[in-house]
Ligand binder design. Structure first.
Ligand code: ATP
Ligand code: MG
Length: 496
């Protein structure tokens, strides 16, 4: 039979003094979904890049069906049937779906001309084998993240991937999209593909994975069957301690209204959105991805102002047309797409954290490096950013640690109104609890928090009140005591 086994032993990899991996082992079999679990910076993505030939390990061996192999670059890995879908998708927005699937490998006819008909026919066949029906001529920029991901899976299959690595494929998906993705993953498993699956959401692993390998600080902890472990076991293996108090919401008496939004409207995005936010309150904003929550928050913060409606801060009508003005009014926004909007990758951690307040650390044109460093160090420590020093470049950090730097940056602006768009996406379970503690503390100090989240346990666990949106309109408002998962889902999927 076509039994495939990828076996890796004693894998180590360092980057300029950082031991990203040491002595790691992993065994992947065809027809199994193998989860890779660990805190932010534990070495998961680095291991993925070793498997796909992006990085060459300093020590260790890789065997495919007991044959020792050497993966000098991603091309060699692809030739062995190894493909990956990375944390950051690699989609070309101006190419259409079929072109994206066959990018760099378009089928040609004798004479070297591209065989367009064959390309579209094969793309169609690939997508329907995944149960997906999309117009192949659609430009990738018009696709949702979930759809873009499907295209990447189709691309991996088009090179006959027998080993498929998925690095946090679900972090930007809605519940329904995750269900679709899992349907495809199961289909691939049945067809004999070996799948390595990374996710910070433990519930998902219990749903989809057969086995789990845990990494901690670049080291190998254990490999277990998912049947034989509990959530608590996994957390203990991952962080070396147990975490209680997952949603540490403090009871806070809400103060006066600090933000009042009335009939906010932007054509094509959202309509007649009205709500109030009080001091010390956490207002959760629930809904499916694409419901218009991010657009509303961007309108309030002046990134893309609304066409109609009013915004009042402490009873005063304000006209905010850019983020600078919003910050002067005491607003802060932690964006959802932190890679692109929240972080300057070539800059170090200190500069990234102090960026919004540079004038604060500057006198007569000189930056007070010591103060900036102190502030950055404090914020980075509070957020448990894993880095060698606060001078390390943001691009060298793991995905989750980049997220933490962005959170640290905005929390250190001492806002009165804090808007958090998916605050714990991609963040490991230990730090997630830490972020929730911090939110609870900030609210207790009187800061008003608007929290957009697609994770229902987070919304239910952390919010005083919950506003639900569907297709650009508010479809529900619930108090903490009356809210349930069912009520929120119903409002999120139903028009008014
Ligand atoms: N190119 C690089 N240069 C320097 N250090 C790096 C580089 N790539 C990764 N590292 C370091 O290696 C360690 C492991 O990072 P990795 O990205 O593998 O973590 P991860 O487990 O994928 O975390 P996350 O859950 O946050 O995505 C981190 O300390 C990271 O800063
Ligand atoms: Mg990673």
């Amino acid at each position: 039979m076509n039994e495939n086994t990828l076996r890796m032993t004693n894998i180590s990899k360092s980057f300029a003094g950082v031991h990203a991996l040491h002595g790691v082992q992993l065994e992947l079999h065809s027809g199994e979904v193998h989860a890779l679990l660990g805190e932010n910076g534990a070495g998961k993505s680095t291991l993925v890049k070793v498997i796909t030939g992006v990085h060459q390990p300093d020590t260790g061996e890789i065997y495919l069906n007991d044959q020792r192999i050497h993966l000098g670059d991603p091309r060699e890995a692809a030739a062995q049937g190894i493909s990956a879908i990375y944390q950051e998708l690699s989609i070309f927005p101006d190419l259409d779906i079929a072109e994206n699937i066959f990018v760099g490998r378009r089928p040609t006819r004798a004479g070297g001309l591209v065989d367009w008909r064959r390309m579209y026919r094969e793309a169609e066949a690939l997508l329907s084998s995944l149960g997906i029906h999309l117009n192949l001529k659609t430009k990738a920029r018009y696709l949702s993240i979930a759809q873009q991901q499907m295209i990447e899976i189709a691309r991996a299959l088009s090179v006959n991937a027998r080993i498929l690595v998925m690095d946090e494929p679900t972090s930007a998906l809605t519940l329904n999209e995750v269900a679709d993705l899992f349907r495809i993953v199961r289909r691939l498993r049945e067809a004999g593909t070996a799948i390595l699956f990374i996710s910070h959401r433990l519930e998902e692993l219990f749903e989809i994975a057969d086995k789990v390998t845990v990494l901690r600080d670049g080291g190998y902890v254990d490999t277990r069957s998912m049947d034989g472990v509990t959530q608590e076991d996994l957390i203990r293996m991952m962080v070396g301690r147990t975490i209680k108090d997952m949603f540490p919401k403090k009871e806070v008496e809400a103060g006066e209204v600090i933000l009042r939004v009335k009939n906010l409207t932007r054509k094509g995005s959202f309509k007649d959105v009205s709500f109030e936010l009080r001091k010390g309150e956490i207002l959760g904003m629930a809904g499916l991805v694409g419901a218009g929550r991010t657009e509303v928050s961007q309108a309030i913060f002046g990134v893309a102002p609304a066409d109609e409606g009013t915004i009042e801060i402490e009873g005063q009508s304000v006209h905010i047309t850019n983020p600078g003005q919003a910050m002067q009014h005491g607003l802060a926004l932690v964006p959802e797409d932190r890679q692109h909007h929240g972080l300057v990758l070539p800059m170090d951690i200190t500069d990234n954290i102090t960026l919004p307040r540079l004038t604060h650390f500057t006198s007569r044109g000189w930056l007070n490096v010591k103060d900036a460093h102190g502030a950055a160090y404090q914020a980075a420590t509070q957020m448990q950013v894993k880095a060698t020093t606060v001078w390390q470049k943001a691009r060298e950090l793991s995905g989750g640690n980049q997220q933490k730097v962005v959170l640290a940056k905005w929390l250190s602006t001492n806002p009165r109104i804090l808007i958090l768009d998916e605050p714990t996406r991609g963040i490991d379970i230990g730090t997630k609890a830490e972020v929730h503690h911090l939110m609870s503390d900030l609210a207790a100090q009187g800061i008003a928090i608007l929290m957009i989240s697609s994770e229902l346990p987070e919304v239910l666990g952390m919010s005083d009140r919950i506003l639900v949106m569907h297709e650009g309109q508010v479809t529900g408002l619930f108090s903490r005591s009356e809210a349930t998962q069912e009520k929120i889902m119903l409002a999120a999927t139903q028009a008014v």
